[in-house]
Design a protein around this ligand. Structure first.
Ligand code: S3P
Length: 166
């Protein structure tokens, strides 16, 4: 079973780190948000027209459609909202949490207008961050801090970890 799921808050670097790790290991990289957009349209439109619940259903559907050996799956920040998703990832592979501080995330997403759950004001952002952090810790096999490391350095750490995977 050689499948890695990267989880973490919006802006924690999952997409970039997945690409770097994929190159290092020669594994296929799948970005769930991209898959959702290819199948169901722009994420911001899905939230606007159909609501978060519909988005979460699409997200679970796409997660379960992606399987195989030697793949790295970059997930959306809310994948852990659904326990079924967490159980699925734990059963099918290794779950790695990329942890960035709220301060760092706020800096990175300062000008972001694409993420519906980020554009809710600072109080809501912080509440979501705090709630999610404990969900990420419960879901992950490994936690890696990303604030002071480059995507290349994090990818190297993941590549090393992967050597112990069956
Ligand atoms: C979401 C995070 C986004 C995307 C959607 C919902 C969330 O992905 O799936 O906007 O609930 O945190 P990123 O974590 O890649 O930004």
């Amino acid at each position: 079973m050689r499948c890695i799921y990267l989880i973490g808050f919006m802006g924690s670097g999952k997409t970039t780190v997945a690409k770097e790790t994929g190159q290092l290991l020669g594994w296929r990289v799948i970005d769930l948000d991209q898959e959702i957009e290819e199948r169901f349209g722009r994420i911001s439109d899905i939230f606007k027209r159909k609501g978060e619940h519909a988005f979460r259903c699409f997200e679970s559907e796409v997660l379960e459609a992606v399987r195989g050996d030697d793949i790295i799956v970059s997930t959306g920040g809310g994948i852990v909202e659904n326990k079924k998703n967490v159980d699925y990832m734990n059963y099918n592979g290794y779950v790695i949490h990329l942890q960035a501080s709220f301060k760092e995330i706020s800096k990175r997403l300062k000008n972001d207008t694409d993420r519906p759950l980020w554009n809710n004001g600072q109080k809501k952002q912080r509440e979501l961050y705090t709630k999610r952090l404990s969900l990420y810790h419960q879901a992950a096999h490994f936690n890696l801090s990303t604030d002071c490391q480059t995507p290349e350095e994090i990818a190297c750490q993941i590549a090393k970890l992967s050597k112990s995977f069956e």
